[in-house]
Design a binder for this molecule. Structure first.
Ligand code: SF4
Length: 418
């Protein structure tokens, strides 16, 4: 006799609002009587209803994994196993997505078929880590399920104190603002750090993320320890005929309110003949004008990346955005990509040797100072490495000009050597 659907009056409330509810999805899976996971999902709903009644979570951790890996499976055992035996084990498999999250429908169907065979049918594309989250599998099914995913070309992602699953934005394949080959950079880094991902041996988690431009669709600046964000170092490319078309269509007021006034550094102004005047020295490459007038303004031709360190959500010292450690790195040739990998390796080695247990690299930088980190990983100081804009206008600037002249001279000779 098939298991009965549990009564879930509190969960039902969650379906009454205007938005689609995850409860409907769980119920759909629980009602699929011809599928092997239906009893598991019924017990899951029962336990979840209990959690809403008592305001308590009933999951506890444990140790579950696949052979040769020390990460990638998030164990979940129920404290209410006696009452809800079918969902007593409800582990999550973290599977790495392809770079740019490009799938064929055929691959998606095959992933779903494997998951229906071994797991609960519940899939989240994608978790905040970037992984495909296959949620709900019994311990005995973990190894054979992973082997089938692996045969399809997929691998487990990261978890615990190691390098975590990486993500890149959709990138050059579909976005004209892309300033480097995100998929190549991501694959290169992931392949190089697979050991640190699958067998965690760092003081704490370490995340790489890749965004093709400063729109930062991968949330790299907020959510990654090592953010690689596309940019350019020459001037914007402005098509003045297209600018005139925008003005003709939207009016000068729109242009001034929505584009000129919203440039954070006032690098743009509108000429009398409805063309744009542009001050390249002042542009901070924020992408606003490009987003507003995509047909008229494009990133420059000399493209590469800015690298930032230390972004993270709240841990010991609050949310942090990444700090620029490399203002511009050209990313075109094989050597350029090697240079990126080399820097990533130096940073991770520094993190392994110097971070305290359970400390993100952003916290290490706060503790030891950016200057010390730069020295340790062999980077030159650069005035573009601003971790926080100056908020006090009363700052003595004695000697600044002399220091700036020295830096320009050093930079000039380094570029000449390039
Ligand atoms: Fe201004 Fe940003 Fe456009 Fe540069 S990219 S001109 S800073 S709006």
């Amino acid at each position: 006799m098939s298991k009965e659907m549990p009564a879930t009056p509190m969960l039902d409330e969650l379906e009454s609002g205007p938005w689609p509810s995850f409860v409907s999805g769980l119920k759909r899976l629980a009602a699929a009587e011809d599928k092997p996971y239906a009893p598991m999902m019924k017990d899951l709903l029962g336990q979840l209803e209990r959690s809403y009644e008592t305001r308590k979570g009933y999951w506890k951790g444990g140790t579950v994994g696949v052979r040769g890996y020390g990460a990638g499976v998030i164990p979940r055992f129920s404290e209410l196993a006696g009452e809800f035996p079918e969902s007593a084990e409800f582990h999550t498999l973290r599977i790495m997505p392809p770079a740019g999250m490009h799938y064929t429908t055929d691959i998606l169907r095959q992933l779903c078929d494997i998951w229906e065979k071994y797991g609960s049918g519940l899939v989240a594309l994608h978790g905040q880590s970037g992984d495909i989250m296959f949620q709900g599998i019994r311990t005995a099914n973990v190894q054979p399920c992973f082997e089938e995913f692996n045969a399809l070309g997929f691998d487990l992602g990261g978890a615990g104190a190691g390098v975590r699953t990486s993500i890149s934005c959709v990138g050059a394949a579909r976005c004209e603002q892309s300033c480097f080959d995100e998929a190549r950079a991501m694959r290169m880094i992931v392949n190089s750090f697979l050991d640190e991902m699958h067998r965690p041996s760092l003081p704490y988690k370490f995340k790489f993320k890749f965004s093709g431009c400063a729109n930062d669709c991968a949330n790299a600046i907020q959510r990654s320890d090592f953010a690689v964000i596309g940019t350019w170092r020459d001037d914007l490319r402005i098509d003045q005929d297209e600018v005139k078309t925008y003005v003709a269509k939207n009016g000068r007021k729109w242009m001034i309110d929505q584009v000129i006034a919203m440039c954070p550094t006032r690098a743009l102004s509108l000429n009398d003949d409805d063309t744009l005047a542009f001050d390249g020295e002042s542009c901070v490459r924020c992408m606003h004008c490009i987003n507003a007038m995509t047909k008229a303004i494009k990133p420059g031709d000399e493209r590469g990346v800015t690298i930032l360190l230390g972004g993270k959500r709240t841990l010991k010292i609050g949310d942090q955005m990444g700090t620029v450690i490399v203002p511009f790195l050209r990313l075109e040739t094989d050597e350029d990509y090697e240079a990126l990998l080399d820097l990533a390796r130096r940073v991770v080695d520094f993190f392994v040797e110097n971070a305290l247990e359970h400390e993100r690299i952003g916290e290490s930088i706060e503790r030891i100072g950016l200057v010390n980190l730069l020295e340790a990983v062999g980077l030159e100081l650069d005035p573009n490495m601003v971790s926080h804009p100056r908020t006090n206008s009363y700052v003595r600037t004695d000697g600044w000009e002399e220091e700036a002249a020295k830096w320009r001279a050093r930079k000039g000779s380094a570029e000449a050597a390039d």
